[in-house]
Every structure is written in structure tokens, then in C-alpha cells.
Design a binder for this molecule. Structure first.
Ligand code: PEP
Length: 245
């Protein structure tokens, strides 16, 4: 089991925030499973338009993307500085959907992570191989390259998300995930190796959360589809708390 405090991050992608998340529960988790917990970290990553409402409901919020420049001619973008000013604590960098749909390169992702840190945001940086890369046996080479430009000496979180497991219902087995997490950890700077959190992402749900979260190098989850279902997300939080509470 991980020695680090677990983090469960709910990535709602371009979906409306679940109504249950908007209830200001004043600490009553039966009313709102997304609210902050003592023994584990829980963060929600809504669309930009729902950030303020989630914050008003007492949730810890992060954005799904932030532009590295502070201001300027970038139509449609929102800067890390603006996200910080709004009250965001976290920001996703380099989710595979952004890499695929917006052409974000490893260098772009590194620039986002650095800008996030400079603006006082905690970057959750996504890495992971495609199905084709795994079938060729290239998964370790791919993540090694993705890690190369990242500010790993700083306070960041890595999310290992095999692209073939995202939104597909196919989860990496706990053994496959643990092997990749241990490999990623072996590449971290000496003084960050034991403290940096590495989340797993890819069709994580209540049904498979326990086995994944029991692995020594899995420090939480970046959860898409299952995080939109309040009851299921609540069960995942309970599993994490039971393991680490
Ligand atoms: C994700 O959005 O990062 C993700 C892992 O999605 P899902 O849990 O739906 O596979």
C-alpha cells in the first residue's frame, strides 16, 4: 500500500457538474461526496464555467487546462494566473485528450507545469502510452520521454494514464499499473522519489479501485466517467479512506 496521502481527482471533462456536487454540505459527506476529506485529498476538475459554483459549494477545485502565458492574444484560453486568482488549487497538464485534440507536445505540457508552479498551482501531469505503443512494447520508452522535460524536482503530481484505458472500460491490471508506477518512480529525482504522488487513471471505478489502490506505488486516482456518478465516487472515497484512514 502507498505510504503517501492518497489523492482522488474527479475529471468531469466537458460534462455538466453532477448536481450533488453543488450542495454546500458543510462537512456532511452523505450530502456531497465530493467535499474535502481529512485522511485523503479529494479534488474536482470541472469545466471552466463550473469552477466558481464548485468553489462556492466548498469543494477543492482544479482546472482541466491552463495556458502558460499570463495574458495575451490566446482566444478561448484561460491562464494559470487567472485560475489561481479564481481560487483553483490544482490544474491538469497534458491530459491525453488535450494532447490528441489540441496537439499539445511534451514541451507544451512542461511549459504548463512550470507556469502552474510559478503561479502557485499544483500541477497534475498526465503521461501514458497508446495501445499501439504498448503493443510494440514501447510503454516504458514513451513515459520516460514524456517525463524528460518536466519539473520533477518541484511539488507536482504525476498521473499515469494508459491511453488505451481511458474511457474504454479497459483498466490496466493492478500488476500492469504497479509495474509502470514503479518504473516511473525509479526515474524521479532521488529527493522526490518517496514523496511524489503518482495517480493511476483509466477506467478506474468502485469495482476495481481497491485492488489498484492497494499497490505500493499507486497514490490515488484520476477518475473520469465514474467520478460523474456521486454514489460510485462516494464508494471509491470510502475504499480509499478504509485503506489509509
Ligand atoms: C480521465 O479522464 O483521465 C480518465 C481516466 O477517464 P476514465 O476514468 O473515464 O477512463
Amino acid at each position: 500500500m502507498s505510504k503517501r496521502k492518497l489523492l482522488l481527482a474527479a475529471n468531469w471533462k466537458m460534462n455538466p457538474a453532477p448536481a450533488a456536487a453543488m450542495v454546500n454540505a458543510h462537512g456532511d459527506r452523505s450530502l456531497n461526496p465530493y467535499h474535502p476529506h481529512a485522511d485523503i485529498d479529494v479534488v474536482v476538475l470541472p469545466t471552466f464555467v463550473d469552477l466558481q459554483r464548485c468553489m462556492d459549494a466548498g469543494l477543492i477545485i482544479g482546472a482541466q487546462y491552463g495556458h502558460p502565458e499570463t495574458v495575451g492574444a490566446h482566444t478561448g484560453d484561460v491562464s494559470m494566473a487567472m485560475l489561481k486568482k479564481l481560487g483553483c488549487r490544482y490544474v491538469l497538464c497534458g491530459h491525453s485528450e488535450r494532447r490528441a485534440n489540441h496537439g499539445e507536445t511534451d514541451e507544451d505540457v512542461a511549459a504548463q507545469a512550470i507556469a502552474a508552479l510559478e503561479n502557485g498551482l499544483h500541477p497534475v501531469i498526465c503521461i501514458g502510452e497508446t495501445l499501439e505503443e504498448r503493443e510494440k512494447g514501447h510503454e516504458k520508452t514513451v513515459v520516460k520521454k514524456q517525463l524528460k522535460h518536466l519539473p520533477l524536482e518541484s511539488d507536482v503530481t504525476i498521473a499515469y494514464e494508459p491511453v488505451w484505458a481511458i474511457g474504454t472500460g479497459k483498466t490496466a491490471t493492478p500488476k500492469q499499473a504497479q509495474e509502470m508506477h514503479a518504473y516511473i518512480r525509479s526515474l524521479l529525482p532521488d529527493d522526490r522519489r518517496e514523496s511524489l504522488r503518482i495517480l493511476y487513471g483509466g477506467s478506474m471505478k468502485a469495482e476495481n479501485a481497491e485492488e489498484l489502490l492497494k499497490q505500493p506505488d499507486i497514490d490515488g486516482g484520476l477518475i473520469g466517467g465514474a467520478s460523474l456518478k456521486p454514489e460510485e465516487f462516494g464508494r471509491m472515497i470510502e475504499i480509499a479512506e478504509n485503506l489509509h484512514g
